[in-house]
Design a protein around this ligand. Structure first.
Ligand code: ZN
Ligand code: ZN
Length: 330
């Protein structure tokens, strides 16, 4: 089969790879659409110790089942492999499973014509749904999960809250759309990339600003800050923009540099929430929201052939991609 293989720092190659063979209990999937995630870019930059080349990256995947009882069905893949037996799995928090794995991390991912995955990781989707839109279920579920956790920590409902999103990639864009849909008083979104800012403005749901410019939102004014970047700088910004008693929701994983103002967090009772991925229920809710149109026209997503994947990685790396999400089609 053809696959896009991460071979070295700043290098992915479209080349022939052996076809995967499903083990008992696994499905063989012919892939139709696979999104490029920030975490794939992190690997591409040589900064993810968990993703070691040569490796087929990619985990935001939709395809058609080739074997077993669901043969011929179009499905969304839940890329998070969990044990199903530990307290977290059985308590409904499988994203915290102590033996969790992700396809495209240590196991072969989905930037390929075929991938294998346990059958229990297949999610039904409307069969007439555009696979490119369905592949957004993974980032959308991540935003949904972060907002659910934040809602429980907020003192007042979102409809009485002001929200700030840091980062205009797909998780940030979905967070802004969802917060606006939940009736937030106002939603701001900051991104340093002018192309991303332009795209965020087209969403029509938030005030967009340049974190490096002069026209910043007011400090100490947001009930909720969602950090979809996760760098020392965005953590420092989160601590400055959040209101006393507010919530910082930390989703991005860019670096582990200092930035948190733990003194302010303590003295002003600010909640700091870590967020990792989603449950299968979040994924199902995300598929439904994408299908019923409640997240808008989603015309900011760009689809390209998998064979042109190397170019897409390069453009995202150079900040030349305006689309918050590029989806590759094998
Ligand atoms: Zn992802
Ligand atoms: Zn488990």
């Amino acid at each position: 089969m053809k696959a896009l293989v991460y071979t070295d720092t700043l290098e992915v190659q479209y080349r022939d790879e052996p076809n995967p063979v499903p083990a008992p209990g696994e499905a063989l999937i012919k892939l139709e659409a696979v999104g490029i995630c920030g975490s794939d870019m992190h690997a591409y930059h040589g900064k993810d110790a968990r993703r070691i080349p040569p490796l087929i990256l990619g985990h935001e995947a939709v395809g058609i089942v080739q074997n077993g009882t669901r043969q011929g069905r179009r499905v969304v893949l839940n890329p998070l492999l969990t044990c199903g037996n530990c307290d977290h799995c059985q308590g409904g928090r499988s994203n915290l499973c102590s033996s969790r794995e992700l396809i495209g991390m240590r196991l072969a991912g989905a930037f390929a014509q075929y991938v294998t995955i346990p059958e229990r990781n297949l999610l039904e989707m409307p069969q007439d749904m555009d696979p490119v839109i369905a592949s957004l279920a993974e980032p959308a579920a991540t935003s949904l999960h972060a907002i659910y956790l934040a809602e429980r920590a907020l003192y007042r409902p979102l409809s009485e809250s002001r929200a700030l999103v840091l980062g205009g990639g797909s998780i940030g864009a979905f967070a802004a759309l969802m917060l606006s849909g939940k009736g937030c008083i106002d939603v701001h979104l900051g991104d340093t990339n002018p192309l991303r800012r332009h795209t965020a403005e087209q969403l029509g749901c938030c005030s967009v600003y340049d974190p490096l410019g002069n026209d910043l939102p007011e400090y100490n004014s947001f009930d909720l800050v969602i950090d979809a970047v996760g760098s020392g700088r965005t953590r420092a910004a989160s601590c400055a923009f959040v209101k006393a008693g507010g919530v910082i929701s930390h989703v991005g994983l860019q670096d582990n540099d200092p930035g948190l103002d733990t003194r302010r967090i303590t003295l002003e009772e600010i909640s700091f929430l870590g967020n990792y991925t989603y449950s299968a229920v979040d994924l199902r809710a995300a598929i439904q929201a994408l299908y019923n149109g409640s997240l808008g026209p989603l015309d900011w997503v760009e689809a390209r052939p998998l064979s042109e994947g190397a170019q897409a990685f390069r453009e995202i790396h150079e900040g030349k991609a305006a689309a918050p999400k590029i989806v590759l089609r094998p």
